[in-house]
Design a protein around this ligand. Structure first.
Ligand SMILES: [Zn+2]
Length: 82
């Protein structure tokens, strides 16, 4: 992660442990994405087995987890900008 914004020089690295709270946002995003994936699969493909649905949910959560890492920090810095 960069220390400062290239455009406006905004300092991202505020203090030690500043982004600790972002993990709760990341967790919330992961749960939301997992639930949405499950419902889409469950109602779009009723013949799928529950095991396969859970497998797909885990796969989607793993793939989106890397995006959630940065997205949760962006959301966190906007919630607590000071
Ligand atoms: Zn900027």
């Amino acid at each position: 992660m960069k220390d400062k914004c290239d455009t406006c020089n905004y300092r991202y690295d505020r203090e030690l442990g500043y982004f600790l709270g972002a993990k709760y946002i990341s967790y919330g995003l992961a749960v939301l994405q997992g639930v949405i994936t499950f419902f889409i699969l469950h109602f779009s493909f009723p013949s799928l087995s529950t095991f396969f649905e859970i497998l797909m949910v885990i796969l989607v959560m793993t793939i989106l987890g890397r995006k959630n890492y940065k997205l949760s920090r962006v959301l966190y810095i906007h919630i607590f900008p000071w």
